[in-house]
Design a protein around this ligand. Structure first.
Ligand SMILES: Nc1ncnc2c1ncn2[C@@H]1O[C@H](COP(=O)(O)OP(=O)(O)OP(=O)(O)O)[C@@H](O)[C@H]1O
Ligand SMILES: [Mg+2]
Length: 249
């Protein structure tokens, strides 16, 4: 199963990706986390790696080269790829978890991120997971990835919703775009401070025909880990993510 984690900027996509991945690893699944965020670069720290993987973009010769090849989107030569096919500097492993990064914007005036989108789309399309493997894709914030077709080969779209008007508005937009691609969308409420807030959010999402499959509380352990750039630990949020994983599997 390939699960994309999307939502408004700062809603908790990376935190949820990490919590879900840790839960899946603790159940003995092989978990491939795909860092699809072109701007933020600290996801590797949430998984306790000392340095990030070399971006997949380098494997195909860098952004400039890929841009030249973009009219022939067969950017990774093989038609199918498994996690074993990817060299170890691009796919790093730790405690049963695998992490890959598509590419990052590193310099001013380096041009748009379209090559990253093409590579991401191709990679996800070609990726064949083993029976006991899942892939969790930490998407860039917002809705552009739908426009770029990155979600084309995704099995489930997981929508992270925090208690804010903007987040609810984006949820509606994401539902609309994902439905247009025949993708099933489920929401997870994140940073929820009380039952009253959870009910309110759930009610609002219901009117937009969005099913809520989990509620992750506002967890100081997650907040502190994100502040210090380290693994998220096994507090309340981790346990809530376990229920989300149950619902997904
Ligand atoms: N369950 C939670 N409890 C407490 N704080 C949280 C929780 N989830 C996220 N946060 C806080 O929200 C911040 C943003 O979370 P995160 O980086 O996961 O969001 P994001 O959606 O990936 O952001 P971006 O759009 O920038 O990639 C974190 O730095 C952390 O402080
Ligand atoms: Mg993020």
């Amino acid at each position: 199963m390939k699960i994309s984690v999307c939502g408004k900027g700062g809603s908790g996509k990376s935190a949820l990706t990490s919590l879900l991945a840790n839960q899946a690893v603790s159940r003995g699944l092989g978990v491939l986390v795909v860092d699809s965020d072109e701007s933020n670069s600290g996801l590797f720290k949430m998984f306790g790696f000392e340095k990030p993987p070399v971006p997949l973009m380098e494997l195909v010769g860098g952004k400039k080269k890929l841009k030249q090849k973009m009219s022939h989107p067969n950017v990774l030569a093989e038609s199918h790829l498994s996690t074993k096919d990817i060299p170890s500097q691009y796919l790093i492993r730790r405690n049963g978890l695998m992490l890959i990064s598509i590419g990052k914007i590193l310099q001013a005036l380096e041009g748009c991120a379209c090559p990253m989108g093409v590579l991401n789309q191709e990679f996800l399309k070609k990726l064949r997971l083993g029976e006991n493997e899942i892939a969790i894709i930490d998407m860039e914030a917002g809705v552009e990835h739908f426009g770029r077709g990155i979600d084309e080969s995704i099995d489930r779209v997981l929508l992270v919703v925090e208690p804010s008007f903007e987040s609810l508005t984006m949820a509606e937009k994401i539902k609309e775009l994902a439905s247009g691609m025949n993708k099933s969308v489920s929401a997870v409420l994140n940073k929820v401070g009380s039952e009253k807030i959870a009910k309110k959010l759930e009610g609002k999402l219901k009117t937009k025909d969005i099913e809520v499959i989990g509620i992750v509380p506002n967890d100081p352990m997650v907040f502190e880990a994100c502040l210090e750039g380290r693994t998220l630990g096994e507090g309340e949020a981790f346990h809530a993510a376990g229920k989300v994983l149950d619902a997904l599997l």
